[in-house]
Design a protein around this ligand. Structure first.
Ligand SMILES: [Zn+2]
Length: 251
């Protein structure tokens, strides 16, 4: 186990805790999306906090007046958190998309705004998905070795937009290949068309207690009560247990 007071991610993203995490503070370039401001779930591994600060700074340098829009990370000591299945061990963060208005000026909303593959939003017709700034964020995260990026969940149509933007800019092939690997729409659960869910890997030296991947639902949740055998000698799990085993969302 980790030594006392040493920052550590213990367990899995969906069954874990955070030791000695750091707080991500609001700054002139990092804002908390108001819908998430009522609860202080902005703790994480120091490497995640520093990495977000560096990425926000890089986007801001290339595109003045840019602010990174942050939602939930983890609780101070990790563990279960609201409606999230993961976000438990200080390695996950939700980040809202960079957006512009119709004229191309940065736009900031009270909550995460969903976008379709055309980069427009039926929920906020004036908003546009900002390919340039969103790609710059992704590239900053991918090329930051101390982050050890593991996954970025985002919907398939937005993933395509981002990879096309990278191609347009002639981004080195290895970065585009890495992005294609990291950017994924989850196979189950919400498609992530209104935010990036970013997950970093285990920090070096923490392999003994930090679990890289989420646990399967059957290991993350208490085991379902065994179903009684029916008259055919087979078993059918109760509806509640079947639901629990169904990996609806791990994010
Ligand atoms: Zn998330």
């Amino acid at each position: 186990m980790p030594s006392q007071n040493a920052p550590a991610s213990v367990g899995a993203p969906n069954a874990g805790v955070l030791h000695a995490g750091e707080h991500l503070d609001e700054t002139s370039i990092i804002r908390v999306v108001p819908a998430f401001a009522g609860r202080d779930y902005r703790w994480g591994l120091p490497s995640l906090v520093r990495g977000l600060e560096r990425a926000a700074s890089l986007v801001n340098k290339r595109f003045p007046d840019s602010m990174l829009s942050v939602g939930d990370m983890s609780r101070k000591s990790g563990g279960e958190i609201g409606h999230h299945k993961s976000h438990q061990s200080g390695r996950d963060v939700d980040v809202g998309f960079y957006m512009t208005d119709r004229e191309g000026s940065p736009l900031y909303a009270q909550r995460f705004v969903p976008f379709d593959g055309d980069g427009v939003s039926s929920a906020m017709p004036s908003a546009r998905f900002d390919d340039a700034r969103n790609w710059t964020l992704i590239e900053a995260l991918i090329t930051d070795p101390s982050l050890r990026m593991q996954r970025v969940f985002v919907s398939a149509p937005l993933r395509s937009r981002l990879l096309k933007e990278a191609e347009r800019r002639n981004v080195p092939l290895w970065i585009r290949l890495r992005a294609a690997q990291l950017l994924q729409q989850p196979k189950t659960g919400v498609p992530h068309d209104n935010h990036f869910h970013i997950r970093i890997g285990c920090p070096p030296g923490q392999e003994a207690y930090c679990e890289v991947s989420p646990r399967t639902p059957s290991r993350a949740a208490p085991p379902p009560t065994p179903a009684p055998r029916n008259r055919y000698g087979t078993t059918q799990a109760p509806a509640a247990a079947r639901k629990r085993l169904n990996p609806a969302s791990q994010y």
